[in-house]
Each structure stands twice: as structure tokens, then as C-alpha cells.
Design a protein around this ligand. Structure first.
Ligand code: BGC
Length: 774
């Protein structure tokens, strides 16, 4: 059956499902995930189906199920489900006859609407319209509405709705049975507590029914569930309206710090009384206004493309980036699947700094700052990891959850198809580039925002402390008389236990160089800060080591063909024909025939590695070297990670390969929004959504910071006539309008003069500057 994801041709804000297919529940649950950074709820249907994954997550409420599992974001009791009966038979779209089906997510307002006609054997017909949203305005509130019209016949409806705590994370039950309350005969409340981290989740819900004849109801308090059962009749031509308002508050919420659970329960109830009084439409209007104020009116992007989908893609990306990002609390960060699925357990990876953070740095610097503060607070965990490995300083965890815990990567993964044994997940042990990736994010943020306060209070320390780690991590080779970094995984996770991964070595050296510079700068110009950090980090001692070591770090240089070896052995490995696998629409198909050990011995790269290095540090390499490496590595890169296509697309744009870049852009935007109907089951691909923004602003807008200097070098793909975007540079908002012939840079807010480079020339703008593109 043809995939049903549809982009509404008339609106750049709507993605649609045009018919119901139970096989594809996971896709829509992820791409239609709703939330506001505080919470995320998968786009499940109200009525339950076999194969669904019903998830609600509250950011940062981690729990560890038992000693054999790692900390994960628990799936909290569900508020969305409603079991609906029509004339005593369960509403079930997979069985009943359905017509005029349509489900849409409005990216602008965050509202899902699902409509269809349902035909019964006795010839009666009903029209259903489900609407719901998670409020952007009141971050704890969820609103739902079901309108039921009897088109033919008089129909009897039964709805079972409430709070369902019988859910788990794929079997792991994170909560002790909750306390249940009923207030004023209609407000239901359930408080559940996580089993190990002892976070109490207070969920309150209330129903309101109008235009329902012969209404009766009964409360049922079952094991881990509180439900209200309703029965009513809808006469032919009539529409009954069933509304449900809910909220979630937890003892982890900053605003509830120091409060007792009873106080939070009281607060939840009081808030819900007011919410009910406002009603669905007012709440939706307020939420839409908040979306507009917080997201859509900030640094908007307009693409005039022959393909309408391109604009939808950036709206889709921005929508999800704000649904998934806990902007309200610097003790939390973004999970690799956002708040949209159990995949990667809610953990934070390098995905944040390298893929999502740039969007926030350039458009919502205050959110970027909060995400980086998470790393600063995470220094405690990073020290734990470093000392546990007998290193000094701060070694950031490959996967992070609680800031103080450090490493949270699971140790065992799926079984190997050849040996049948569980595969060890090595990334938590040896994928070490995360430490310099964090520093990359800090540096980019500081360069783009000029936020000296952050630098002084947190940034310096992160850079110095991580350099301490790298310096202690280096291994002296007597044979080569240099420092090496052996036994690592680079960005290409298909190569485990390699020596001198180029990305790792370059970025480690860069991290130490940054620290040397900061040390000297502070000692010279900011003695007070220097003394403070010197005492805290023993800088005088480690500085001597840095100076001694930095120029002796082995940096894999381009060979006679201009190719930078990905690691010591990559270029001597077997080359196989990857075309059949690359052409396959599914990712990871190589593993249908080979196991990881075998793939380790081939010149095949999971995701951008050397090319990512070139993209991130573009002024380290000449155009020839870039092209040589592009030609070498692009055909060997499987793009089996969603972190890959956007980098290749943006790099191809830099290299002037605009057709290829656009082809990769299309593939990248299809990772979640495209026709692969099971690829998003575990959750949305957060990094690829950050990558969509990067392809547009860094790739086609040509924005980059090179040695602290802003550069703008736009180039549009054939299909685009016009691109308008904004970025914040040192607090000043710049609007950039690009056509095929010229581009214009305009100062929108902020009074500062901004200088930027374009093709080797420096320009400064206080008002407007038009530059012709040759
Ligand atoms: C990628 C990593 C990434 C992780 C989480 C893996 O498949 O190889 O680079 O950090 O997914 O998105």
C-alpha cells in the first residue's frame, strides 16, 4: 500500500494522514508527537490498537528500573486514551467501515485533528472529530475534544476515559501504584512515584460532556487506573461534545521545589478548575499565540521553492525542536529521540552540540545557553567518568541523563546475527569525541552570541577541564615519537577500536589549543578569574603539559592523493560495492549480510566522519583537499545514521555541488517526513531536524563563523528562487534575503554594527547591505 503521509498543498503548516493503516501507527505517533519541552506525548489515537506505543514523557524525570538496566525516561501514566463504544461495539478503525478519514497535525498551533465517518452493520453512520493539543502557553496542560455526530440513526455511545498507569517502557514498570482521588465527583487525580528516583507525578483530569442525551457515568478505580465510564445517546443529526482537560505536575519541576506532594496535588487541581472554566477554544487560542511568540515569529525562515515540501520541512523541524527541548530547566537536555519515543531512553548525545544546538545558538540563544549549562552542571558526572577511567579533568559521557551520574550508555545491545551473543556497546567506553564536541558547542555559542558572562562563569571552565582530560588521555608512542589516541570509536560507529581517528585527534588537539589560549589570555587580562580557575583546576601544572604535548599530537594528514585517513587502518581495508545497499530505501541493510566485525574490516562508513571534520573546521582545509575527501568518502558513506545526510548536503553546497546537495537535502528531510513508514517508530530523529536548519542556513545561506568572524556566502539550489532567514549575531538580529542574483543583509533589531565576510571581502552593516552574487 502506498504510504499515506501527505503534505497539504494549500498550507505549509499541515502534515496529514489520509487513510488509516494499523501497520503505520508508530510513524504517526512519532511525527505527530505533541509537546512543549516540558512534556511530550506521542501522537497515538485515542482508541487503543495492537501495535501502538502509547508514551508520555516529562523531560528530566529519569528513573532506573533495576540494576541490570540503565536510567531512562519513564513512560508516565497515560491521559490520552479513550475506549469508545458505539452501540456496545468498540470503535475500531481496523475492523469497521471507515470513510472520509483524515488526520492532520497543524505545525503552527500544535493541534491534531482526526476526522472520519464510521459505518455500522445496522446501517447507522457517525461522524467523529477528535482534536487535541498540549499547551505551549500553560506548559502542564493537555486539552482534548471529541465531537460525535449521528449522521444516520440514533446511536448509543460509551466512553471509558481517565488515567492509565498500566503502561511501561517496553515492559519496565517505573512507578509504584499511584494514590487515587476523586474531587467534586468529576476531577480525577492519580499520583505515581518513580521506583528509584522517587519523583512524584501528579496527574489530574476532568471531563465535560455537552449535548448528550440520557447521560450516565460511573467512576472506576482499578489497579493502576482511574477511569470514568460514560454512556449517552446521540440522536440523528445531533452532535455530542466530549472534552477532557488534564495536567501533569511533578516534584522535579523547579517551580515546585520544596513543596510537599499534597501541595502539588492541590495546585494541580486548582489549575485544572481554571482550565476547565477557560474551555478548549480559549486554551487553543492562547497556546497558538504562545507558539507564535516563542517560535514562529522568532527568526522566521521563508523558502520560495518549486517544491512546497521544502518550506514544510523547516516548519516541521522547528515544530519538533521546540516540542522536544526542555528550555525551562538547565538540569535537562534534549534526548536523541526528543520526547517522542523510548528510543535511546531519553539520553542526550553529541547530537545536541553538533546538530541541534546551532539552531538555538543562532535563533534562541537563551535556550542554547540553558543546554550548555546542562554540560556545565554535568562536569560532576564528567569528572566521575574521567577518574573512573584513570584520566584527569572532565570526560563527558557518551550518553547523559542525570547530570551527576556521568556515563549512562547501556553496556549490552542486540544479539549478533552471526554469533548469537549480545553485542557489547562500546560507545560508552571508547567513543570519546563527545568531550571535544561539547567544547565545539560552547565555542560556537560564545562566538555567535558574544556572551562573556557565560564564558566567564562556565565556558572557560568547561574548556580548561576538558583539555585536562585530553592531555591525560594522550598516549606517548616511542616508535613514532608522538602522542596518539588509540582504541576509540570516531563518529563512524562502524569502526570500533581504531587508532587515531582523524576527527577525534583533530578535535582533541583543538580543545587543548583553546585551553592554552584561554590560560594565557586570563593570566594576562583577568587575574582574578585566572587565580580562581588555577586553584580549582591546577592550571599551572597542566598548562606545562599542554605546551609540551600539543604540537606532538599525531594529526592524520592528507596522503599523496589528498585523502585524510579516517584512522590508522581505514585506507588499507577492503573496498566492496556499496551501491546496492546505498540504493536500498532502508538503512542498515549491510547488516542483513555482514556483522559488525566484518563491516569493521571494510572501507564503509556509517555516517559523516572525515567529512564532518571538514564541515566543522572548514578553514583548516583547502578546496582541493575538501574535494578529494568528498570524492573518496561520500561513496563509502552509508548514511545509516540520521546524523549524516545533513552534513553531506551542507558540505556539498559549500563545494558548489548544488544539485547533489539538494538531492541529499531531500533525502534528509524524508528521514521522518518521508515515505519510510517504520523508520520513526522509536521516535523522531532529533539530530536530523537540527540538520534541516543547518542545511538551509549553513548550507544554502552559507553562514559560518571562522575564527570568530561571521561569514555569509549564500548559494541557492536550482529549485529555490528565494530564501529569507534571520540569525542573531552578538544580540543583533540580521535578516538575510537571498535570491539567485544577490543577497541582502538587514539589521532588524539591536543597534550594533555587524561586520561579516563574503568571498574574502569584509562588509559592515548598520542598516541594510545588498551584495551581488557573481
Ligand atoms: C549514531 C550516533 C548518534 C546516536 C544517537 C547513532 O546511531 O551513530 O552518532 O549519536 O545514534 O542519535
Amino acid at each position: 500500500m502506498k504510504p499515506s503521509i501527505k503534505i497539504n498543498e494549500e498550507s505549509k503548516w499541515i502534515i496529514e494522514e489520509t487513510y488509516f493503516n494499523q501497520e503505520w501507527l508508530g510513524k504517526y505517533e512519532s511525527i505527530m508527537c505533541q509537546g512543549n519541552g516540558y512534556m511530550g506525548i506521542r501522537g497515538t489515537t485515542e482508541e487503543p490498537y495492537l501495535g501502538e506505543t502509547r508514551n508520555t514523557f516529562v523531560a528530566g524525570t529519569f528513573n532506573k528500573f533495576d540494576e541490570n538496566e540503565v536510567t531512562e525516561l519513564p513512560n508516565i501514566p497515560d491521559l490520552i486514551q479513550m475506549t469508545i463504544k458505539v452501540n456496545d461495539k468498540a470503535l475500531d478503525l481496523s475492523k469497521g467501515e471507515v470513510s472520509q478519514y483524515k488526520r492532520s497535525l497543524n505545525l503552527k498551533t500544535g493541534e491534531i485533528i482526526r476526522e472520519f465517518h464510521y459505518h455500522l452493520e445496522d446501517d447507522s453512520e457517525l461522524a467523529f472529530r477528535f482534536s487535541r493539543f498540549v499547551s505551549m502557553d500553560q506548559k502542564h496542560v493537555i486539552s482534548q475534544k471529541v465531537e460525535i455526530t449521528s449522521v444516520k440513526g440514533n446511536n448509543r455511545i460509551g466512553i471509558d476515559s481517565g488515567i492509565n498507569g498500566q503502561l511501561t517502557n517496553s515492559g519496565s514498570q517505573h512507578f509504584s501504584e499511584g494514590a487515587k482521588h476523586l474531587f467534586e465527583g468529576k476531577y480525577i487525580q492519580m499520583t505515581s512515584e518513580t521506583s528509584q528516583s522517587n519523583i512524584s507525578m501528579v496527574e489530574t483530569t476532568v471531563h465535560e460532556i455537552s449535548n448528550a442525551a440520557n447521560l450516565s457515568s460511573r467512576i472506576e478505580m482499578r489497579r493502576r487506573q482511574v477511569f470514568n465510564k460514560y454512556w449517552f445517546e446521540v440522536a440523528q443529526g445531533e452532535t455530542a461534545v466530549f472534552e477532557k482537560f488534564s495536567n501533569i505536575h511533578t516534584t522535579r519541576d523547579k517551580e515546585h521545589e520544596g513543596k510537599s506532594v499534597e501541595d502539588i496535588e492541590k495546585h494541580g487541581l486548582e489549575e485544572l478548575v481554571a482550565v476547565l472554566a477557560s474551555g478548549y477554544d480559549t486554551l487553543l487560542t492562547n497556546s497558538a499565540k504562545a507558539w507564535d511568540k516563542e517560535v514562529w515569529s522568532v527568526a522566521p525562515i521563508t523558502i520560495t521553492s518549486k517544491d512546497h515540501e521544502d518550506q514544510v520541512a523547516i516548519n516541521f523541524a522547528k515544530y519538533h525542536l521546540h516540542v522536544m527541548t526542555p528550555a525551562h530547566d538547565n538540569r535537562m537536555n534534549i534526548g536523541a529521540k526528543g520526547l517522542s519515543g523510548e528510543g535511546y531512553k531519553g539520553h542526550t548525545f553529541w547530537d545536541t552540540e553538533i546538530f541541534m544546538l546551532p539552531y538555538f545558538t543562532y535563533t534562541h540563544p537563551e535556550i542554547a545557553k540553558s543546554l550548555l549549562e546542562f554540560r556545565y552542571l554535568g562536569l560532576e558526572g564528567a569528572h566521575k567518568k574521567a577518574s573512573g577511567n584513570n584520566y584527569e579533568g572532565a570526560q563527558f559521557p557518551w550518553e547523559a541523563a542525570w547530570i551527576e551520574d556521568g556515563e549512562t550508555t547501556p553496556v549490552w545491545g542486540a544479539a549478533d546475527i552471526v554469533t548469537g551473543k549480545a553485542t557489547k556497546i562500546w560507545s560508552g567506553f571508547i567513543e570519546q569525541h563527545i568531550t571535544s564536541d561539547v567544547v565545539y558547542g560552547v565555542n560556537q555559542y560564545v562566538e555567535a552570541t558574544g556572551d562573556k558572562e557565560f564564558l566567564e562563569t562556565k565556558g572557560y571552565e568547561i574548556i580548561l577541564d576538558t583539555a585536562k582530560f585530553w592531555s591525560s588521555r594522550l598516549e606517548w608512542s616511542e616508535e613514532d615519537s608522538n602522542y596518539q589516541i588509540t582504541d576509540v570509536i570516531g563518529p563512524d560507529e562502524y569502526k570500533e577500536h581504531v587508532d587515531n581517528n582523524a576527527f577525534t585527534n583533530y578535535t582533541a588537539k583543538w580543545n587543548i589549543q583553546k585551553a592554552i589560549h584561554i590560560y594565557e589570555e586570563l593570566k594576562e587580562n583577568n587575574v582574578e578569574k585566572f587565580n580562581e580557575l588555577n586553584t580549582k583546576l591546577d592550571l599551572d601544572r597542566v598548562y606545562a603539559d599542554w605546551l609540551d604535548r600539543v604540537d606532538k599530537i599525531f594529526i592524520p594528514a592528507p596522503n599523496e592523493d589528498g585523502i585524510i585517513p579516517q584512522d590508522d587502518t581505514y585506507l588499507s581495508k577492503k573496498i566492496i560495492d556499496l551501491v546496492p545497499y546505498k540504493e536500498d530505501e532502508q538503512v542498515g541493510t549491510l547488516f542483513h549480510e555482514y556483522n559488525l566485525e566484518q563491516v569493521n574490516d571494510m572501507q564503509v562508513t556509517k555516517q559523516a566522519d572525515v567529512l564532518l571534520l571538514i564541515y566543522l573546521f572548514e578553514n583548516l582545509f583547502s578546496k582541493e583537499i575538501k574535494l578529494d575527501n568528498w570524492n573518496y568518502y561520500e561513496p563509502k558513506t552509508m548514511h545509516d545514521s540520521s546524523l549524516s545526510l545533513s552534513t553531506h548536503s551542507a558540505l556539498a553546497a559549500d563545494l558548489g555541488e548544488l544539485d547533489l546537495s539538494y538531492q541529499l537535502f531531500k533525502e534528509a528531510i524524508h528521514i521522518d517526513m518521508g515515505p519510510h513508514m517504520t523508520s520513526s517508530d522509536e521516535g523522531i530523529h532529533a539530530a536530523s531536524l537540527g540538520g534541516i536548519w543547518q542545511m538551509i542556513v549553513f548550507g544554502y545561506g552559507g553562514v559560518r563563523v571562522l575564527d570568530g568572524q561571521l561569514r555569509i556566502e549564500p548559494h541557492l539550489p536550482e529549485n529555490w528562487d528565494n530564501l529569507v532567514f534571520s540569525i542573531f549575531w552578538h544580540g543583533t538580529e540580521l535578516k538575510v534575503t537571498v535570491t539567485k542574483e544577490a543577497f541582502e543583509v538587514e539589521v532588524i533589531s539591536g543597534e550594533k554594527e555587524v561586520t561579516f565576510d563574503h568571498k574574502g571581502e569584509q562588509y559592515s552593516v548598520t542598516d541594510k547591505q545588498v551584495i551581488k552574487l557573481i
